[in-house]
Design a protein around this ligand. Structure first.
Ligand code: BGC
Length: 903
């Protein structure tokens, strides 16, 4: 059994090792025991541990900043003025701040920005109010907690202005933000002498920030993004979410074209080449409490491996860690190239003052190639290294470079010849002939394949087209908070492997470790720590019978406005890919499968299912696909999740060039590809294009569509079989398969079979709560969303000695007596309906009784909380208006034979 506390400690280390010290004027930090410190502003009282959506984690506690500071004060590391906490509840006037200034020299202020799926940052400029305000109410200064704003709000600025006027000597600013926002305004306040960027630092955030503020951890996080002075400085901003197309009702069918006109010019690739003066903090930047010198720089080339070597010496007075970043400036031949590109990196161990470590950074020489789509070098559709000098640097950031010398390439060299895939070229493939017969059970179980007693081909040849289609679609979730299952052909020994999010920790109904957001994890540049986090995630998932983690996400930070940047790592594909690979290796070392997502070019949340990323082939290959390639080659994740967006007009999940051409043919990927949740793409097209599983559970229309495509010959049996092989191959890597865990089966051995509720929870994290009834019995669920749109259903496996009619009785409680409970058999037919009409009192429990026909042996029963038909759904199954609030509680239920009831 794993130790949750140990994982909390990993979360704290990651947070402290990742946060970036951006400013430290006059060495304000680390605090000394004589420093008098207090907080100003309500944000300082509660930190945002992480973002929403797939990255939300239910956690035992969130360590606040006051918790962290009080602990350090108790250890004598600073003086912390506790009454500042009470003041923060009440608001500030100049007089209040001046009074506070008698007790403190340094005010800690916290700026917060939340983020979640489905929305990007808003970019309304703050209004510059001329008059100063005498009093700033606390109520005014907290709304940014939920704010998506890129710029500071007027209320935030007003508080900073008031502090400037007061006798408080200086401010240490903590940026508790989901992703980079406008920092120019905050840095313009002269009293802001130190700035720490912890992003959203997980459940131990307050402790980790205090570790860094007091010097218990010397900051060694380095930026994985360029911080520009203004959002318009990023070339991608101009086209970030330009809508093209006809607006229809509620905008839902509007295709949003993201023109990636800037091409490869994102982040430092652009700024270091064309706009150095627009950079507030360069890529790779981060301060330390000590200094480092780089000496004895050199590189060697052995076959396809270039190794940079450098002696890093801690030349300061306290111990610390340094990141050695390797950049290479390729010759500007015919193909224009960025001035510099990150090609490798490594982090030193903790070096004591005066200590030296020889750091070696190996990387493939061929990774210096650029992709020549059009053939300007003479080699179209190829990775090409142009002749000339490649200057190799070891660096502390992209601006602080130490030359290791030049690598001279006498002749332009093709490192890999490919074909163009993203300009509308059809994907050609030759399928093997159909087997002579199929669909006949030969008694081969999936375990026989694992044990080498039968081949996968023989196994799939037993399956009917219906069974093969079933493998291509999500299956019911089997635990509270799970997102859906995969597999579930129990008769053939294929378990229902369970999936759950996500990038900052396992998202489920029980408490798990909340790790820092993905960007902060990447900012550690610490592969070992990232691996340790993956391992911890693996242990935690495995322990609650999870099989597949829906993480990590590694889309690039193309633009700072993307609302989901916090779930992703960086503006650079090398660090994104390597960070993801380290996490995946950790996760999979514990027997849990990992899923890298969202493949590909999913860089904007606005109309995320209707987006069309229009990207040229060179940019795709050098940037947006590169990180995925690295992650796949270095960690072989069991699953890949395709993205919601289109790529050059073709949905990612139905993009054969992407999923078959690149992923399978070029990269040799053998795992399974699943869709993102509830996308809108026809499933037959997805199967044909190489997307193996449509997620989540419950798409009768899509199953019918695939069935139709099979019967009219558009999808062949061979295609269904090949699709299933990928799914089965991935399922064979899961915990459920390893343990031969086929879920809870309720077998009737006496007259009455009682099915307890808690064993059956199958709802998604957003919709389910478990609880205990007044009489002590656990009840099942509390639905807070629309059930039909969410396709919520409770799945039961009931094993019965005899065929016949059975009576099901149980208790429920609801505030919506007009709704019903539907009972469906495994063919998806409704076999019974229980009305909730008598539930007049929403706090009382009522009884339902239905009669259900069951067969002898194993029966799969679904209970579906069904509301009245609604017409105000959008294309994706979500309400256009607010869903009516609905609470439904279901306790366990009894099953008896009808005959026995009569007797
Ligand atoms: C997200 C995925 C996530 C899935 C399941 C989707 O909305 O885009 O990243 O894994 O939901 O929760």
């Amino acid at each position: 059994m794993f130790d949750l506390k140990k994982n909390y400690a990993i979360s704290r280390s990651l947070a402290a090792e990742g946060m970036v010290l951006l400013k430290n004027e006059g060495a304000v930090l680390p605090f000394k025991p004589t420093d008098r410190v207090g907080v100003v502003g309500k944000n300082a009282l509660s930190l945002l541990s992480g973002g929403g959506g797939s990255a939300a984690v239910k956690t035992e506690y969130i360590r606040s900043l006051p918790d962290g500071l009080q602990q350090k004060a108790a250890e004598g590391k600073l003086y912390f003025y506790e009454p500042s906490l009470t003041l923060a509840e009440n608001g500030y006037s100049l007089a209040i701040l001046n009074e506070l200034a008698q007790h403190i020299d340094t005010a800690i202020m916290v700026v917060q920005r939340h983020a979640s799926e489905g929305a990007d940052r808003t970019i309304e400029q703050p209004q510059h109010v001329k008059e100063e305000r005498a009093m700033i109410e606390t109520a005014d200064i907290i709304p940014q907690l939920k704010s998506n704003a890129y710029y500071p709000t007027e209320n935030e600025l007003a508080l900073f202005r008031l502090v400037e006027q007061s006798a408080i000597k200086r401010v240490v600013l903590i940026l508790n933000i989901a992703s980079i926002v406008d920092l120019s305004h905050f840095f313009a306040f002269p009293k802001v002498q130190a700035v720490l960027l912890p992003f959203m630092a997980g459940m131990e955030g307050g402790a980790a920030i205090a570790d860094v503020l007091c010097g218990d951890v010397n900051p060694s996080g380095r930026l994985t993004d360029t911080v520009a002075y203004a959002i318009e400085d990023h070339p991608s901003t101009a086209n970030f979410n330009r809508i093209v197309g006809k607006r229809l009702k509620n905008d839902f069918f509007v295709v949003q074209h993201s023109l990636y006109e800037e091409g490869i010019n994102i982040g430092y690739r652009y700024f270091e080449t064309y706009a150095k003066d627009r950079v507030q903090f360069p890529f790779g930047f981060g301060l330390s409490y000590t200094t480092f010198a780089f000496n004895s720089l050199s590189f060697t080339v052995d076959g396809d491996t270039m190794t940079v070597q450098v002696d890093v010496t801690n030349t300061g007075e306290v111990s610390g860690r340094e990141v050695v970043q390797v950049y290479v400036a390729a010759p500007q031949g015919r193909l224009p190239k960025p001035a510099l590109e990150l090609r490798g990196y490594a982090k030193t161990r903790l070096l004591a003052a005066g200590e030296t470590e020889t750091v070696r950074v190996p990387f493939p020489l061929s990774s210096l190639a650029s992709f020549d789509a059009d053939g300007v070098t003479g080699y179209p559709a190829a990775w090409v290294m142009e002749a000339g000098n490649y200057t190799v640097y070891a660096a502390q950031d992209v601006r602080t470079l130490y030359s290791c010398g030049d690598y001279h390439l006498p002749q332009t060299t093709v490192t890999q010849q490919l074909t163009l895939r993203f300009g509308g070229q059809p994907y050609e493939e030759v399928l093997p002939p159909a087997p002579a017969s199929w669909g006949k059970d030969r008694g081969i179980k999936l375990l026989d394949v694992a044990e080498g007693k039968a081949s996968m081909q023989e196994f799939v040849e037993q399956l009917t087209a219906e069974e093969l289609i079933e493998l291509a679609i999500g299956q019911p979730a089997a635990f509270a908070g799970g997102t859906s299952g995969i597999g579930n052909l129990l008769h053939y020994g294929v378990p229902n492997a369970q999936t759950a999010d996500g990038p900052a920790g396992m998202r489920c109904a029980v408490e798990r470790t909340c790790f820092p957001c993905a960007t902060l994890i990447a900012c550690t540049w610490d592969t070992e720590l990232q691996y340790a986090m993956g391992k911890a995630l693996g242990e935690e998932g495995y322990a609650v019978d999870l099989d597949v983690l829906l993480a990590p996400g590694l889309n690039l930070h193309r633009n700072q406005l993307c609302g989901r940047n916090f779930e992703y790592m960086a503006e650079d594909p090398l660090i994104s890919g390597k960070t993801a690979a380290a996490i995946v290796r950790g996760v999979q070392s514990e027997g849990l499968c990992a899923t890298i997502k969202h493949f590909a070019a999913n860089n904007c949340e606005f109309k995320r299912m209707g987006g069309n990323s229009r990207v040229d082939e060179r940019t795709l290959r050098e940037l947006y696909l590169k990180g995925f390639e690295i992650a796949i080659r270095e960690s072989n994740p069991a699953f890949v999740m395709s993205a919601y967006n289109k790529l050059n007009g073709v949905p990612s999940s139905a993009n054969a060039q992407l999923l078959k051409g690149v992923l399978r043919d070029e990269w040799g990927y053998e795992g399974a590809v699943m869709t993102d949740w509830r996308n809108w793409v026809p499933m037959d097209e997805e199967i044909l294009a190489g997307n193996n599983i449509k997620m989540p559970h419950g798409y009768p229309d899509e199953i019918a569509r695939v069935r139709g495509a099979y019967y009219n010959g558009r999808i062949s049996i061979v295609q269904l079989q090949r699709n299933a092989m990928y799914v089965l191959g991935a399922v064979m890597k899961t915990r459920a398969f390893e343990k031969q865990d086929f879920g809870t089966r309720h077998s009737m051995t006496a007259d009455v079979l009682y099915i307890p509720s808690v064993a059956l929870t199958t709802l998604s994290a957003m919709s389910v709560k478990q609880g205990v009834r007044e009489d002590g019995e656990a009840y099942l669920c509390r639905l807070i969303k629309d059930a039909r749109a969410q396709r919520i259903r409770l799945g039961y496996c009931i094993d019965l000695p005899q065929e016949g009619e059975y009576i099901l009785t149980g208790e429920y409680r609801t505030n919506r007596p007009e709704y019903e409970l539907w009972f469906e058999n495994e063919a998806g037919e409704r076999v019974a309906t229980a009305s909730c009409a008598e539930a007049a009192d929403e706090n009382a429990w009522y009884r339902f009784t239905v009669t259900v026909p069951f067969k002898k042996g194993e029966n799969r029963l679904s209970v579906i909380p069904a509301d009245e038909p609604h017409t105000d759904y959008d294309f994706f199954g979500s309400y256009l208006t607010n869903p009516p609030p609905w609470d439904l509680h279901l306790a366990g239920f009894e099953v008896r034979r009808k005959k026995e009831m009569r007797e």
